[in-house]
Design a protein around this ligand. Structure first.
Ligand SMILES: [Zn+2]
Length: 240
């Protein structure tokens, strides 16, 4: 694990013990500490806990229900916030995900569901923190905008080199990426990539339009070709 201060109040924790790089972000606002996603279990959250200021309320954010974003929830005792659908998916599928991906567990993984859920938007004006529904990668995805630093945290809705579509509603995905542009973020931070730019958002909009239309897309790398083939399968209803 390595960590990097990305603004005066935000830190990125970079985990490289999975096949894909993963980031957990921590924002220290006036009254709370925001932990965006909790990776693979209690052990992976230890470095985050070590940096926790005494007595500050912790608010864990689950950007979506996937195991590599929620298994460390049990390391925290405060509130956990997510979209309503995320909580439902976790309640229904926690044990199956653990059975399927258990080899990636780091320390304790106890079922800890979100304690606060919302539908469209939750705003914490004193903290400059806004959470909003942003379906795309999955139907339960949410994003967090830090108004003070103008950073947008997008969960798995953006990736490098290409997005992973796991829900066939591409119109919703496109609406979400258009919405991101309206926030005019300085940079965008994602679960498996950081410092993404609005140019990269445009690139993904372009890609999703091609995917939706079924038109041919030319890729430079084998990695992109493989992700694209997996995305096409999801659209055809053949889940990977
Ligand atoms: Zn995901």
């Amino acid at each position: 694990m390595t960590k990097e201060k990305i603004t005066t109040r935000a830190t990125a924790y970079h985990f490289s013990d999975l096949p894909m790089a993963t980031f957990v972000y921590v924002i220290k606002s006036a009254r709370r500490v925001w932990v965006i996603d909790t990776f693979c279990g209690s052990l992976s959250m230890e470095p985050v806990l070590q940096d926790m200021p005494e007595g500050r309320e912790v608010m864990v954010v689950n950007t979506h229900f996937h195991w590599d974003h929620v298994w460390g929830n049990c390391a925290f005792t405060g509130e956990v916030v997510s979209h309503r659908r995320c909580r439902e998916l976790l309640a229904a599928g926690w044990e199956q995900e653990l059975a399927k991906y258990g080899k990636y567990r780091r320390g304790r993984v106890e079922r800890r569901l979100p304690t606060i859920t919302f539908e469209q938007r939750l705003f914490f004006p004193e903290e400059g923190i806004e959470l909003f529904y942003s379906p795309g990668h999955t139907a339960d995805s949410i994003s967090l905008f830090d108004h003070e630093d103008r950073l947008l945290y997008v969960g798995d809705n953006l990736e490098r080199p290409l997005v992973y579509v796991e829900d066939p509603d591409l119109d919703a995905y496109l609406r979400t990426l258009e919405e991101y542009k309206k926030y005019r973020p300085q940079l965008l931070m994602a679960g498996h990539a950081k410092n993404l730019t609005l140019e990269e958002v445009e690139g993904n909009i372009d890609y999703l339009r091609h995917l939706k239309a079924g038109t041919e897309v030319v890729f430079v790398t084998e990695e992109e070709r493989l992700i694209h083939a997996a995305n096409q399968k999801v659209l055809k209803g053949e889940c990977g």
